[in-house]
Each structure stands twice: as structure tokens, then as C-alpha cells.
Write a protein that binds this ligand. Structure first.
Ligand code: SF4
Ligand code: SF4
Length: 568
């Protein structure tokens, strides 16, 4: 299992990586650490460090590196900036090219540049030479917010102990009804197909962090002007929309602009949602947005503490988050944690789930995805991305999802239904584009033949064509009908996965959603898409389900409780 390498004072142990080890201990000198880590990284082995301080002080540094297969998380016993930097370099700059033998032994194929079928991809990315035209410049501005509107709330620190249940006031219940129910009813009654219920407003496409899986930010793109923001809100209002989600990038990069947008939209009757990584959500920003009338914070976290590739972590922003949690009982907004399941954060997901439960927050889970459409050079981490789930992780992802389902059934508040969580197992396999007959249900060659048919039959949301291709069952996507995104320049698209598309759906001055084009497109993209929002919209765009949900909220729950799945 171990091979001793080197001479004299520069010795190290090289573990035999070829076996099915659950845990490896690797002792290396600093000189060698980058090389060994690069090798381990290429072999899909997760790396963490603990330092023997006395060795560091007395002799040349000796580091104990604990390696495990990816998907399990390690405890870092102590930190050394120097070693962490070396590890980061090792991940960023793997040394040399793998040998032919190493290449052959690599279990993971390179991710596909896009997931959608080639024809539809070409149509969406190359269909228009000039692309959609940005919204006109009119010089409109947003009104200066009055702050504080509610001085008594500003000085209220919130409860010391977190209440067991949320008690909603009538104005807060009305805000929800006005935001969701009335636009739904309007869209059922009014003629035509374009009746947005939810809208994503991309205030900024820049971000203060760099999550390696994320292609949804570009630090070269200018932020939305007040002119476009104001006219977008007016345009949505005229179309009956009353749910506005501020998105990015990081929508709080310019907190004064975010404050103005929330204030203006809330005054026009919008139910306003802010998706954020939380780092800039300092108490004074939380107070301004709460006072202006924000309805919900989607607080995105992937890790307990920062690690290379996953900077959206709880520890660096914990004080801000705990202030935000307390003040939700004062201002009447809601907070939930948005967690992306990657290959290198499974233990973090468990810790964040327990943290959310202890603080009475709902959680919303996503499965890390490679891009639906091909990205340009702004996306830097496509290759060698340690967050991408690979076939050898499927078993571990299944275990994590089963653990989350168990918690869901035990009463933990979750935005995802049990069915939706189960569908994630289908999605990780399907989105890989790999042949299950070769890779097996568990990605390691096991669980093939008869097992695949049995596993497919048990896994909701997945179907297999006569030619063996796996895809989602049709799911009534409502993008471009009841969902719309507005880019920073005022151009529009049906949904978030289509943000990079050059197809011309117009702008806020002249939107041109062609229902025939959308229908044809969705016949393909629905089969590759795991958009949580649009799945939820598609599921609940149904009168019987809406009536059942209203009944459950009003009669069974008596307007108490927090965010839950529409399906539960
Ligand atoms: S914080 Fe959000 S927008 Fe920024 S890099 Fe991470 S996922 Fe992307
Ligand atoms: S299925 Fe719907 S949400 Fe997904 S990419 Fe297609 S249009 Fe967008």
C-alpha cells in the first residue's frame, strides 16, 4: 500500500492510489506536497490537512495529509495558511500532465461543454448575429427611500429565543396572497399566454465571490441602471406580475441601489425576494431592506467554512446571518438556506441542515450542474472542477439525499418535497450524459443490466426512450409564460438557464416571446433541465393543487409556519 520515495532528508511516502481505500494517510514534506496533492487530485481523492506543529517548529515542515474519496468530508484539525496555500495551488495548478497510465485509470470523463441537444443549442447560441437589443435609455430614476419608515422596528433587537412557530399578521398574509394568488388567478382568466407570476431581475452580474461551479457571474458586465430597474418593475406590474426576485451575480454589491429597488417594488405591491451569498448583508443593510419591505431572503451557502472552490460559507458571515434571523420576527420577512450539493461538500450539507433546523430555517437543496449552454471565456473553472459530481460520487450523493429525505420526513422544514429530492438521484445520472450500461447505477461498473431497470423503476422523474436515452419525464415548464428573467441591460429571456443565450426574445420595451418557439424548444430542454423554480411553477400551475394548498395554509396550518414544499 505504501511506497517509500526520495533520498536523505527529502523523503516521503507515496500511497498506492489504485486500491479501493476508504482513507489514506500521506506524510509528505512541503517540498513534495504540491506534487502529491496534484496526483491525489487527479485520482479524485479529497485532500485535507492537519499539521504537526512541533514538526513545523523543529525540523523542516512535515505535513500529515488525510485523503479520502471525494464525497466524504474531513475534519481539518488545525490550519496552516502556508499549507493551505500550497494545497490551493495544487488544486489550481496540477503539476504536469498525467501519464498515459494515469489517464487510463481516471474514472471521470471530462464534462460536456453543454447539456442540451446540439441542434437546439446552435439555435439558442448562434441564431442572431447581433443578439437582443438592450432597453432604451430614458433617464428614469428610482425614488429615494424613506428610512426608517418604522423607527420602532429599527430599535427592536428581536427575540432572544427563537419562537417555535411563525405568527403571520394579516398584512403579511395579504402580501403573500397579493404576490402569488391574485397573479395566478389573473393568468388563468386573462387571454394570451404571457402572464408572468415570477420575475428575476438581474441587478448585477458581478460577484464578490467565485464559486467554482458558477458561470452566473461576469465581473466585466455593468450593473443594471436605475432607469432599467424602474422601467422593468413598471413593465412587470403592467403585466400583472407581483413576485420580484433580485438576482446576480450578487445583487447586494450596490446596497443603495438594492434598497431603492426593494422600496420601489414593495410600494407597488411586489412580494420581493433577495437571493444573496450574505457576505454584504451587514446588519445596517438587513435593516434597510427589512424596513423597505423585503419578503424573503434566499441565503446561499455551500460550506461550513471557506474552502478552495466553495467560498459561500457560513462561518465568515455567521454574525450577519444571526442578526438577519433575529430580525425576521421584527420585520416579518423570512430567511431560508439555499444549499448546492457538490462533490466536495457532503459533510457541510449535513452540518448546514442541522444548523438551519436548530435556527428554525427552511432549507432548499440543489444538485450542482454543469452549464446547460456553452459558456464563453468568462467562466474560468470548466476544466478540473472539484465541485462537479462524477460517476464515482453517485453512491455517496444517494446516501446524502436519503439522509436529507429522512430529515424531511422527521419534520425539518424544506422547500424541496420528498419526490423532488428523489428526482435528484435521477438527475445526477441523467445530466452526466453517460451510458449507465457501462458505468452502472453506482458509476463504478456495479449495478448494471437488470439492476438499472429496477433502479429506474424506483426513481421518480426519469424515463428511458426506446433507444435507451434517459431524460426527465415532461413537466409543464412555464418559462416565458409565467416566468421571465430581465438581464442587466433590460433584455429578457424565459428562464435563468437561458441567460447566456443570444436568441432574441426582446427587451422590456418590446418583449417577443413566441409561444410556438418556446413550445418547440421545451420539447428538448425540459428533458435536460432541473430548474427548481420552473419545476415548482409547472407543478403548481394547476387549479386543484392551488385550492388544496390554500386550504392547507389557511385551515390546517392556520397561517403559521415557514417555507415548505408546495407538494407536501
Ligand atoms: S456567490 Fe452566487 S453568483 Fe457569486 S460566484 Fe457564488 S454562486 Fe455565483
Ligand atoms: S425547461 Fe424551461 S426552465 Fe428549463 S431551460 Fe427549458 S425553458 Fe428554461
Amino acid at each position: 500500500m505504501w511506497e517509500r520515495c526520495g533520498k536523505g532528508g527529502n523523503r516521503w511516502w507515496r500511497p498506492d492510489f489504485s486500491g479501493p481505500h476508504k482513507r489514506l494517510l500521506l506524510f509528505v514534506s512541503h517540498k513534495k506536497i504540491s506534487e502529491e496533492c496534484a496526483l491525489a487530485y487527479r485520482r479524485n481523492i479529497f485532500i485535507s490537512t492537519s499539521i504537526y506543529e512541533k514538526h513545523l517548529r523543529k525540523r523542516k515542515a512535515v505535513t500529515r495529509v488525510v485523503c479520502e474519496p471525494l464525497g466524504t468530508t474531513l475534519q481539518v484539525l488545525s490550519h496552516s495558511l502556508k499549507v493551505n496555500r500550497l494545497l490551493e495551488q495544487a488544486i489550481l495548478l496540477p503539476i504536469g500532465n498525467p501519464t498515459r497510465k494515469e489517464k487510463e485509470s481516471m474514472a471521470s470523463p471530462a464534462p460536456a461543454k453543454f447539456r442540451i441537444d446540439v441542434d437546439i443549442h446552435n439555435l439558442l447560441m448562434n441564431s442572431s448575429s447581433s443578439g437582443p437589443v438592450p432597453a432604451a435609455v430614458t433617464g428614469a430614476t428610482l425614488p429615494e427611500p424613506v428610512f426608517p419608515q418604522y423607527p420602532e422596528l429599527l430599535s427592536d433587537p428581536g427575540p432572544v429565543d427563537i419562537p417555535q412557530k411563525r405568527d403571520w399578521t394579516y398584512p403579511q398574509v395579504w402580501r403573500k396572497v397579493r404576490g402569488w394568488l391574485l397573479p395566478y388567478m389573473r393568468s388563468r382568466i386573462m387571454p394570451g399566454e404571457f402572464h408572468p407570476i415570477t420575475a428575476y431581475l438581474f441587478l448585477d452580474y458581478k460577484c464578490n465571490l467565485d464559486c467554482w461551479y458558477c458561470w452566473a457571474f461576469d465581473n466585466k458586465v455593468k450593473g443594471m441602471t436605475e432607469d432599467v430597474a424602474r422601467r422593468s418593475i413598471d413593465w412587470l406590474h403592467d403585466h400583472g406580475c407581483r413576485v420580484l426576485a433580485l438576482m446576480g451575480g450578487e445583487p447586494l454589491l450596490r446596497p443603495q441601489v438594492a434598497h431603492k429597488v426593494v422600496y420601489y417594488a414593495a410600494k407597488k405591491g411586489f412580494w420581493v425576494y433577495v437571493g444573496t451569498n450574505g457576505r454584504l448583508l451587514r446588519p445596517e443593510v438587513a435593516d434597510r431592506l427589512g424596513d423597505a419591505g423585503v419578503a424573503i431572503f434566499n441565503y446561499a451557502l455551500d460550506a461550513w467554512d471557506e474552502k478552495p472552490s466553495l467560498p459561500k460559507a457560513l462561518v465568515p458571515g455567521q454574525k450577519n446571518l444571526e442578526y438577519l434571523i433575529r430580525k425576521q420576527y421584527v420585520y416579518g420577512y423570512m430567511v431560508f438556506l439555499n444549499i448546492n450539493i457538490c462533490r466536495n461538500n457532503h459533510e457541510d450539507v449535513r452540518k448546514l441542515t442541522e444548523y438551519a433546523h436548530a435556527h428554525r430555517l427552511a432549507t432548499d437543496y440543489h444538485i450542482n450542474e454543469t452549464p446547460m449552454l456553452e459558456q464563453d471565456e468568462h467562466f474560468k473553472h470548466f476544466n478540473e472542477n472539484p465541485t462537479y459530481i462524477r460517476p464515482e460520487d453517485w453512491r455517496s450523493v444517494d446516501e446524502l439525499i436519503d439522509w436529507i429525505i429522512e430529515k424531511n420526513r422527521a419534520g425539518y422544514q424544506m422547500v424541496n418535497s420528498v419526490q423532488r429530492l428523489q428526482e435528484m438521484k435521477a438527475f445526477v445520472r441523467m445530466s452526466s450524459g453517460l451510458d449507465l450500461k457501462k458505468y452502472g447505477w453506482y458509476g463504478d461498473g456495479t449495478g448494471t443490466n437488470g439492476n438499472i431497470a429496477a433502479m429506474l423503476a424506483q426513481t421518480p422523474g426519469i424515463a428511458q426512450d426506446a433507444n435507451g436515452e434517459l431524460h426527465f419525464t415532461d413537466w409543464n415548464c412555464r418559462a416565458g409564460q409565467n416566468n421571465v428573467i430581465i438581464r442587466t441591460d433590460g433584455t429578457v429571456a424565459p428562464c435563468f438557464p437561458m441567460y447566456p443565450s443570444t436568441f432574441d426574445w426582446g427587451n422590456i420595451d418590446h418583449a417577443k416571446f413566441d409561444q410556438q418557439q418556446l413550445k418547440a424548444m421545451k420539447r428538448t430542454c425540459e428533458r435536460h433541465c432541473f430548474s427548481t423554480l420552473n419545476h415548482n411553477l409547472g407543478y403548481c400551475y394547476n387549479d386543484a393543487r392551488v385550492i388544496k394548498w390554500v386550504w392547507t395554509q389557511a385551515v390546517t396550518n392556520r397561517m403559521k409556519g415557514g417555507a415548505r414544499s408546495f407538494e407536501d
